[in-house]
Each structure stands twice: as C-alpha cells, then as structure tokens.
Design a protein around this ligand. Structure first.
Ligand SMILES: Cc1ncc(COP(=O)(O)O)c(C=O)c1O
Length: 420
C-alpha cells in the first residue's frame, strides 16, 4: 500500500489492518485486546511473549551452571550489541550493550572530549532531552568548557545550518539527539556529522527515540559515537540496559573515562595496570546485567524479523493518519500539531500541544481509553508502534483525545503525578 494512501475513515483503517503485512507481529506481544490503546511504546515498549521464556531459560542456566555460566554469558554484550547494530546501520564490532543511556552518553562524551585536547567548546541543543543537556552541562562544568546551545521552535530539531553557525576550531564535541523526544523532529545526521568533521569535532548522537523507530545508518552517515535506550522501541523492559556505538576507526584512539575490568585485555589475568582491549569491548565497564541483556535480546528479535524498511513504512502511515486526523478533529478544539509539519521530518510519534494536555492525558488513562504521555509545558505524545499498533487504534486514539478535550471534565485541575 502506498505511503500517502492513508486511511481517512474508521472503515478504511480496519481495511488497512486487514491488509497489513506486519499484522501478525502483534500476536508476539503480551496485550489485553479489551485494554486501552497503547500509545507509549516510545517510553516503554510492550512485553514480547518470548521474554518470559528467555528469562526462565537464563534462570535455569544460573541454577544449574552457577558461575560456569559466564563461559558463554561473557560475550553477550557484544553479541546482542551486534544485533542492535543491524537495526541502526552498524557493521559488527561497533556496538555493545551496557549500563544506562545516561551513563553511556557520559562515557562517550568524556572519551570524545579527551580525544580533542586543547578545544574548549561543546555544541548541544537547548530543546534536547534533560539527560543529554545535564550530561553536557556537567562535563562542561567539570572541565571548564563553554556550551554553545542551539535553540529554535520546539517543533523543529537542530538544523545543519544551526550547528554550522556555532562550530569553530574550538569545538571539541557536538552532542545531539537523532529524534527529538518532545516533537519527534528528525535530525540530518549525515549533514551534522559532515559539518562537525570539517571543524575537526566529534559527534555523539543520542538515538533513544530513533533506534528501532526510524531508519538509522550509523556507518553510512559517517557517525562517530552514539547511544540509545533498550526499553523504548527495542522492547527490552523497564530499565533495560542501553547500547553504545563507537566507529571502528575511533576505537583505538579513544579511551573510556571509566577504566573497568570488563574492558581490560586479559581480564582474568588480573594484571597490575589497565590495558584496554583493542575493540569496542573497552567501552564496557563492569559486570553486565544478564537479565537485562537476555530480555533486550528477546525484545529486538521481532524488529529484526520485520525489518526496518517495513516498520518505517507502517510507522509513517500511522503517524500520517494521526496527524491528518488531528488536523481535522483536534485543531478545532484549540490543539496544534507540535511535531514537524512534513512527515519525512517526523520520527515515530506525533505530539499535540494544548493548554489542557495534562488533564486530557489523565482522563484518557483514567477512562481506560488511551495511554499517551505528557511532556511539559503542554505536549501530549502519541506513539504508535508498527509492530503492535493497529491502524484502527491510531484512528481511535485521536478520536478519544478529541472527545476528552470536548468534555467539561477536562477543565477540572488535576495535580501532576510523579511520572507523567
Ligand atoms: C533522548 C533520551 N535520552 C535518554 C533517555 C533516558 O536515559 P536513561 O535510560 O539513562 O534514563 C531518554 C528517556 O526517555 C531519552 O528520551
């Protein structure tokens, strides 16, 4: 089915589901057909049915093999990393699974800064996810660096022109997200990489909202360094370990800021001095979380089976459907699309801005209609996931939001919950 030919009625949405080549993947996930429409897979992906089996197999191995299990567990960060690499255009040997996204971002940004001595500026985006901004602020404060903040309308991401405008021979590092967490704006990775490299700087990408959601070609775009979450589109479960990418040709040049024994050459020789391994393994720090790794491995399996091309085709049709329907039924109620207007510039989710976005989010959840999420000051995010979201759910989710925004109850103030 063509990309632009998106359903424009509920009946057409049902027909699109009947013709959807990815429809059977929904059965691979734990879900309640009578439950609300889940639109938060960009925050926590659904649970694959295979995860329970994979975890129980690990429990059996732990029970029977005890410490001997490490003989075949030890390489899992690299093996699962290579599989993640297939989703983000990275040839084997450049991705490992480890730690959290925040910690990996710190490790790679610090390594990049150490790799560009004498330079004292970092480029980052004021609209970026908090952890990206805070890691950059922290490193800048610890090392006496100046941050050149990019800014602009929230519905837009950082542009190549914007980045080029602040690059100089003083720039050590550019640290940006591939897809903006609030608006879903997609960055031009190849263009930013090229501009940064011309200035002699390195680039770290946070691909938490891009990996498994949009086509990413780390090798093809000449990327240096990247990190991403395991629990969003990769379905690794709450608190799943994250991944990190270091371009093969940089691996010998850069040193991690944490010199841990899991990155050590001859780890079990337990020698007196730190001697990092030659490859991506040097960016491991300590003992990997096996439960997390095994669950992440199960989480990415359906993505690898479906293939990013088919997933991206359906994702774009889902967000197009929702953006068009939002224009028709939400804009008349005072909402506006807070994502890029052109669909090729949007990632896997759409954002709707409305002054009552928080109470609307609450009502949708309380009434068991839709699970979206809220991002301050006034944005409600709706993330359909092509592996398990039906076209008719995308249709209904926007309709439910319209009904809630038109309901007097939405005007009753509600305090923000701990997690929004
Ligand atoms: C862009 C981005 N980076 C990082 C994170 C989270 O990092 P961590 O897994 O370390 O909490 C998120 C979570 O939503 C995110 O959206």
């Amino acid at each position: 089915m063509s990309l632009r030919d998106v359903p424009s009625s509920r009946r057409e949405a049902l027909a699109a589901d009947a013709a959807d080549p990815l429809a059977s993947f929904r059965d691979l996930f734990v879900l309640d057909e009578a439950g609300p429409v889940y639109m938060d897979g960009n925050s926590l992906g659904r649970q694959p049915k295979a995860t329970a089996l994979a975890l129980s197999r690990l429990l059996e191995e732990w029970g029977s093999e005890l410490v001997g299990g490490w003989q075949h567990w030890a390489d899992l960060p690299q093996r699962v990393g290579d599989r993640v690499g297939r989703l983000v255009g990275a040839a084997p040997g450049q991705v490992v699974v480890a730690d959290s996204t925040t910690v990996n971002l710190y490790k790679l940004a610090a390594a990049a800064l150490d790799g560009r001595p004498g330079r004292d500026e970092v480029v980052a985006d004021a609209r970026d996810f908090p952890t990206v901004r805070y890691v950059v602020q922290g490193l800048a404060s610890q090392r006496g660096l100046r941050v050149r903040w990019l800014d602009g309308p929230w519905a837009e991401g950082p542009s190549v022109a914007g980045v080029s405008g602040v690059l100089s021979p003083r720039t050590a590092l550019v640290c940006l997200s591939g897809v903006n967490f609030r608006s879903g704006a997609v960055a031009d990775m190849a263009g930013v990489n090229r501009a940064a490299h011309e200035a002699g700087a390195l680039v770290v990408w946070d691909l938490s909202h891009a990996g498994g959601a949009v086509p990413v070609d780390l090798d093809g775009t000449g990327s240096d360094l990247a990190v991403g979450c395991g629990y969003k589109y990769l379905n690794g479960g709450p608190g799943a370990p994250a991944w990190l990418y270091v371009r093969a040709t940089l691996q010998g040049e850069l040193l991690p800021p944490v010199w841990g024994w899991w990155g050590q050459e001859g780890q079990f020789e337990m020698g007196p001095e730190y001697r990092p391994v030659a490859g991506i393994g040097r960016f491991l720090s300590g003992t990997p979380s096996l439960m997390g790794l095994v669950a992440l491995d199960a989480g990415i399996e359906p993505l690898l089976e479906a293939g990013m091309e088919a997933l991206w085709h359906k994702a774009r049709r889902l967000t197009l459907l929702m953006a068009e329907r939002a224009e028709q039924v939400l804009v008349p109620l005072g909402a506006r699309l807070a994502s890029p207007a052109r669909d090729e510039e949007r990632g896997g989710h759409i954002s709707v801005a409305h002054e009552l976005a928080w109470p609307a989010t609450r009502l949708l959840v309380e009434r068991g209609l839709v699970v979206p999420d809220f991002r301050p000051p006034d944005v409600l995010r709706l993330a359909p996931v092509p592996l398990y979201t039906r076209y008719v759910e995308a249709w209904d989710a926007v309709g439910h939001l319209a009904a809630v925004l038109a309901d007097e109850q939405v005007r009753v103030p509600v305090p923000r919950s701990r997690v929004t």
